[in-house]
Write a new protein. Structure first.
Lengths: 110, 360
């Protein structure tokens, strides 16, 4: 899990399996590195091979917390199996999911 | 006390704890004489499993550590997925697989064992309560149903139900709360109870879209400890032979005609329950061929890693559904054992819930 600042936008890179166990291990650090900054954020999912329901909940919780500060969150780079889960849950109705980092940055800073 | 100290690393006891524990003894303490595991007495741990040999393996203390030896079993003894030969270490946290059953090696103090046993008893009562709320299997009549629910933790976040809404209408639903454990189970039970009693306010229970909309209004995440859930709800009309359904963040249910040549997906795209106040939900309708079976399930049924390390998708489970049925074996058992056999050793990552309905 890596965090960088891209011109006032927090960029987080997640990797591996976001299953129940790993979400329990990373969730606090993930949220603590994004939400308190009160600035828009983009999440790179290109290296995530699987996302369980608790992973979806972590992303939703982050988006809602940022939203309370008037900041946006966007996801990008989701691969086939992860995109399939995202599509099934229809969280794209709540969090924008795009293919590239540039699209995600443009969305959250618009 | 002195005897206790003989058994342990420091003041800790070596325990073998059954994964996928349903009832009976969950935890077995390895004493100075070791534990013999087999299918019949005089084994110390008796596993009623045809894949377990009468005298299968021996787990013993070796100084402060545990070791395991296969006793010439037919199907082998596995440690963390690797078949053992001779005597090998059984490290703390490792998984010992014998037949269809798996144990985890844990080290616990006597106080922890006592406390954990008490907690297990309480959780077993809670689990029994949840099972008591589930509908009984029905093997007679024009619609026959069976189900299996195997939580990955002592309490799961899945719940389901089915029953008649009138002379011709038959409703089936399944709820899958994100995560598992006590919190998820309590939410699942709350929703299930409302659906069982049909106490949703101002809601036409025959309309899947209306039911999901009401449930979404009643169970928003911020009022439910940040828990959301997915749900599938379907109403079968025996007169028109149509299934009216809606899925909220949930994958499709499959219908399988009697020639079992294909599946018919009954799924559509709606947002998960609890994440979007005021969300609207769409429903769809599908014709149900005479003699079809219907498979309603949670994602824990297919979101496994197989023995080859591959992450499964729903397509893998769909393939399993279409495999030949087994005479004398219920479909829910066939599919559970197929998934369990395909999965890597250790507990399943998520609750396994499956309802199979058979229509005339």
């Amino acid at each position: 899990m890596q965090f960088t600042d891209v011109g006032g936008v927090t960029k987080a890179v997640l990797g591996g399996r976001l299953d129940s166990l790993s979400v329990g291990e990373v969730e606090t650090r993930f949220i603590a590195n994004i939400v308190p900054k009160e600035q828009p954020a983009v999440i790179d999912l290109s290296q995530v091979s699987f996302i369980a329901s608790l992973g979806i909940r972590m992303l939703l919780g982050t988006a809602r917390a940022l939203g309370r500060h008037g900041s946006k969150l966007a996801l990008f780079g989701a691969t086939g199996p992860v995109m399939e889960i995202i599509e099934t849950t229809a969280i794209t109705d709540i969090i924008p999911v795009v293919s590239s980092e540039a699209e995600a940055l443009a969305l959250v800073t618009a | 006390m002195a005897r206790d100290l003989d058994l342990v690393r420091g003041d800790r006891l070596h325990c073998l704890e059954l994964i996928d524990w349903v009832d009976g003894a969950r935890r077995h303490i390895v004493g100075p004489l070791g534990l013999k595991i087999g299918r019949t007495p005089p084994a110390d741990v008796v596993l009623a499993d045809s894949e377990v040999s009468r005298s299968h393996c021996l787990v013993a203390l070796d100084g402060d550590d545990l070791v395991v030896s296969d006793l010439g079993s037919t199907n082998g003894t596995y440690v963390d997925g690797v078949r053992i030969e001779g005597m090998v270490p059984l490290p703390i946290g490792s998984i010992l697989q014998i037949g269809k059953r798996s144990f985890q090696h844990e080290c616990r103090t006597r106080a922890e064992v006592t406390e954990s046993d008490e907690l297990d008893r309480e959780l077993q009562k809670a689990s029994a309560y949840i099972h008591a709320l589930l509908p009984p299997p029905s093997h007679d009549g024009p619609i026959r149903c069976d189900w299996i629910l195997v939580p990955c933790a002592r309490l799961g976040g899945d719940a389901f139900g089915y029953g008649h809404l009138g002379d011709d209408l038959f409703v089936t639903y399944l709820i899958d709360v994100a995560g598992h454990g006590v919190g998820a189970a309590m939410l699942a039970v709350a929703v299930m109870s409302q659906l069982r009693q049909r106490t949703l306010p101002d809601t036409d229970m025959r309309s899947p879209a209306a039911v999901l909309a009401t449930i979404n209004r009643l169970y928003q995440m911020e009022e439910q400890a940040d828990l959301y859930f997915t749900m599938w709800y379907g109403v079968y009309d025996a007169r028109s032979r149509q299934l009216r359904y809606a899925a909220a963040g949930h994958h499709a249910t499959f219908l399988v005609p009697p020639d079992r040549s294909r599946t018919i997906a009954a799924g559509n795209r709606n947002v998960i329950i609890g994440a979007m106040p005021g969300a609207t939900f769409q429903e769809e309708t599908v014709d149900v061929p005479t003699g079809s079976s219907m498979y309603v399930f949670s994602d824990g049924v297919f979101e496994i890693i197989d023995k080859g390390g591959r992450q499964w998708s729903i397509a893998d489970f769909e393939r399993l559904i279409l495999e030949p049925q087994i005479d004398g074996m219920d479909e829910t058992q066939r599919l559970f054992h197929s998934v369990r056999d395909a999965a890597a050793p250790g507990p399943l990552d998520d609750d396994f819930s499956l309802v199979v309905a058979q229509f005339d």
